[in-house]
Design a protein around this ligand. Structure first.
Ligand SMILES: NC(=O)c1ccc[n+]([C@@H]2O[C@H](COP(=O)([O-])OP(=O)(O)OC[C@H]3O[C@@H](n4cnc5c(N)ncnc54)[C@H](O)[C@@H]3O)[C@@H](O)[C@H]2O)c1
Ligand SMILES: [Zn+2]
Ligand SMILES: [Zn+2]
Length: 406
């Protein structure tokens, strides 16, 4: 039996690389595993040797101590791997396939899966609809920032790349298919982006940059990205975005300087509940800032795509309401303008194949746009710290050496 090294959350601000068990076709008890999932048989699963696994802003919410994640929870929901074992019920996926794993775990059998709403599968998380690898309150499926990981319902969940050599050559782009590229694209789609749209994306982290990339693929006329982090804004400009420095104040005035009007057709929130205020308040957390400002600047009849994460419980919330996930929203503004809102996990499977084809045919260079940077698994603590400090990079862990050539 092989050993298995993995990145674990130890406590606020601390991650460590630890030894965990090699996966079996059964969900074992462990940190964060829902009791109702302990002993769950997974004959429909595949065991992957990890090719690439990315650090995400969603992981940082846990690592900053802003969730109820328990110590020793194994992190990692952005996984690309090589299939090394399949369970007896797997019919189509084969040992040796190089595959992308949607971060949402889905059964393929429930009502929501059948409607392609794989972000809210009803059968994989006993707590609530929706699940993910290596995440608090998501059922306890072990994270993939590890050498090996188990993927349930493998025939349904896995996207098999058509050619092994081509996949390994483009792996730094393809690794973004497990989460941020579909997620950013979903943000743009649900914000109504089409040919000629004007778009404002709040947040120049990897998800914001992926949303900006998605908006360009969809034909947007102008893509404006706002953040307080100059290095990240420079990254957005590197592939043709306009940018807004939010330390200078609300975005409306700067949007007017760019577009001639203080509004856009489409708004994307790629920030979430740890949003900071604008202008003089940019040093302070103000969780409703992005949603309220998007309602202000999105034209009447427009839509807000909201991939940014909002929680139901936040030990570090700024007040009692925020600790329960309740925010002070100017919903009247949104109502008066007939704005539409789309929240929730991105249903990755809706988009990953199409975006894979765009990558394989050189229509888009997502790795370059998000400044993908490979580091070793043992270096994960440094990657977490630098990403938390606002580096304009998307860190990709390389647990088994597949990325050495990339
Ligand atoms: N819905 C999904 O399926 C899904 C998937 C992946 C990530 N996410 C979420 O998307 C969000 C972004 O992820 P990321 O990896 O890019 O995170 P990140 O933390 O790297 O980026 C967030 C950026 O927002 C900036 N910011 C803070 N306040 C702001 C404001 N008022 N206006 C504009 N920018 C502001 C920060 O400076 C930072 O650069 C997170 O909340 C993450 O959990 C959701
Ligand atoms: Zn992610
Ligand atoms: Zn399901």
């Amino acid at each position: 039996m092989s050993s298995n090294r993995a990145v674990a959350y130890k406590g606020p601000g601390v991650v460590e690389v630890i030894d965990i068990d090699y996966p079996e076709f059964e969900l074992k008890d462990g940190p964060g595993v829902n009791p109702a999932n302990v002993g769950r048989k997974v004959p429909h699963g595949a065991i992957l040797r990890t090719v690439a696994t990315n650090i995400c802003g969603s992981d940082q919410h846990m690592v900053r101590g802003r969730t109820t994640a328990p110590s020793d929870l194994v992190l990692g929901h952005e996984i690309t791997g090589e299939v090394v074992e399949v369970g007896p019920d797997v019919e189509f996926v084969k040992v040796g396939d190089i595959v992308s794993v949607p971060f949402n775990i889905a059964c393929g059998r429930c009502r929501n899966c059948k409607e392609r709403k794989t972000g809210i599968c009803l059968n994989v998380n006993p707590d609530r609809p929706g699940s993910a690898y290596g995440y608090v309150d998501m059922g306890g499926w072990v994270g993939g920032q590890a050498e090996f990981v188990l993927v349930p319902y493998a025939d349904w969940n896995l996207l098999v790349f058509p050619d092994r050599d081509q996949a390994l050559e483009k792996v730094m782009d393809l690794t973004m298919l497990s989460d941020i590229f579909p997620t950013g694209f979903h943000g743009a789609v649900t914000a109504g982006v089409g040919v000629g749209s004007t778009v404002y994306v709040a947040g120049a982290g990897p998800v914001g940059l992926a949303a900006a990339t998605g908006a360009m693929l969809l034909g947007a006329a102008a893509v404006i990205v706002g953040d307080m982090n100059e290095e990240r804004l420079a990254q957005a400009r590197s592939f043709g975005c306009e940018t807004i420095d939010l330390t200078k104040g609300d975005p409306a005035e700067q949007i007017e300087q760019i577009l001639g009007v203080p509004e856009v057709d489409c708004g994307v929130d790629a920030v979430g509940f740890e949003a900071r205020g604008h202008g003089g308040d940019s040093g302070h957390e103000a969780p409703a800032t992005v949603l309220n400002s998007l309602m202000d600047i999105t034209a009447a009849g427009g839509a807000l795509g909201i991939p940014g994460l909002y929680v139901t419980g936040d030990p570090g919330g700024i007040d009692d309401a925020a600790k329960k996930g309740a925010l002070s929203l100017s919903l009247g503004t949104g109502w008066a303008k007939s704005l539409s809102f789309t929240t929730g996990q991105c249903p990755v499977m809706k988009y990953n194949r199409g975006l894979m084809m765009a990558i394989l045919h050189d229509r888009v260079h997502i790795a370059k746009n998000v400044n993908a940077t490979a580091i070793t698994l043992e270096d994960a603590p440094r990657g977490y710290a630098e990403f938390d400090a606002g580096a304009a990079q998307k860190y990709v862990l390389n647990p088994n050496g597949y990325l050495d050539a990339a």
